[in-house]
Write a new protein. Structure first.
Length: 344
């Protein structure tokens, strides 16, 4: 593993996120220093910095996590400091107690670390009076509130558009894969072309995973967001598309694998396989049609008709010498038909 991979993210955080963190931290330092004079408002600045998160839901969670951790850490450190002083062993004991308390209460890792860090800071500053403890708790709450307010005021980010793009890309690739498999069934293949066909189909898996992640991020960005109303319906539409097309990805990969495993040169001449090929092209049409309807597009150049083409499951009457492959393809085709028709 390269050393830089542990230090650098795959992409930069939005510049707005950096600006909000800077504004919240500076405001917390100034306001807390004014309201709670005396010690430098370190706790307020750290709280504000940690609370500003990509979504309001995450900000609120961080505010609670940070506040609970500081209160517990300050209480533990102040109690031990008042009773035993500020000896080194007291600091070590405070850390152990803080971590054990968090473990016993099943607190998150962030809360557990915050309890220990707060205890260390209080004892390191050698100030453990009750008034100091109260001031630090108040300071932290001020910083956390400022962080939430800044995140709320400065255009809470909504990331529904990336989810729609990810699902549209998946749908487009799914339609292309259906067409590719439909074409392949009627053409003689080489080992290299079969490998390429299977590999290309399998690439839809990471695309589906990326779409699921993007939708989860979009839902997270809408939680507690005042701008959520006009975006929630869009995210619901995107989720419905993924729910419909996600299983079809599995079916197409399975059909491609079956064709890869059972291929022989005579398959292209099989009447049943030709019928299945036509159904795959119809399914590709309907996938594109579904994407167009979701985007409220009236006409798309690669659509041959605004009416669904895969209207009924394919029934094969004549026996086929490639019955194993045909049977496998037919079952997956039935599932694709049910998914496109909205049946589970």
């Amino acid at each position: 593993m390269r050393m830089t991979s542990a230090l650098r993210a795959s992409r930069r955080a939005p510049l707005l996120q950096v600006a909000k963190s800077a504004i919240a931290t500076a405001a917390a330092w100034i306001i807390a220093g004014w309201l709670v004079p005396g010690q430098p408002p370190v706790f307020a600045a750290i709280a504000a910095l940690l609370v500003v998160q990509p979504s309001l839901n995450q900000s609120l969670a961080k505010a609670i996590e940070r506040s609970v951790g500081v209160i517990a850490g300050v209480v533990i450190a102040s109690t031990l400091g008042i009773v035993f002083g500020d000896e080194t062993w007291v600091v070590v004991t405070a850390i152990v107690i803080a971590l054990l308390l968090a473990w016993a209460l099943k607190m998150t890792a962030g809360t557990a670390n915050q309890i220990a860090i707060s205890a260390i800071l209080v004892l390191a500053l050698a100030t453990t009076s009750p008034s100091y403890a109260f001031d630090r708790i108040l300071e932290t709450l001020i910083g956390a509130v400022i962080g939430v307010i800044v995140n709320l005021a400065l255009v809470p980010p909504v990331v529904v558009a990336p989810a729609a793009i990810a699902v549209n890309n998946l749908g487009a690739e799914l339609a292309a894969s259906l067409d590719r498999l439909g074409d392949a069934l009627q053409q003689e293949q080489t080992n290299a072309s079969l490998e390429e066909l299977l590999l290309t189909a399998r690439l839809m898996k990471p695309m589906r995973d990326a779409a699921e992640t993007a939708i989860a991020d979009g839902a997270e960005s809408l939680t507690l967001n005042p701008r959520a109303g006009r975006h929630r319906a869009d995210l619901t539409t995107v989720q419905e598309l993924l729910d419909r097309y996600g299983p079809i990805v599995t079916q197409v990969i399975g059909m491609t694998r079956a064709y890869y495993d059972h291929y022989d040169r005579a398959i292209a001449e099989d009447a049943s396989v030709k019928a299945i090929s036509e159904q795959l092209h119809r399914a590709a049409h309907d996938v594109r049609l579904g994407l167009a309807k979701a985007r409220n597009v009236d006409g798309v150049s690669d659509l041959t008709s605004p009416i669904p083409a895969l209207t009924a499951p394919l029934a094969i009457v004549a026996p086929s010498e490639h019955w194993i492959l045909v049977g496998s393809l037919l079952e997956d085709l039935r599932r694709i038909h049910d998914a496109l028709a909205g049946r589970s």
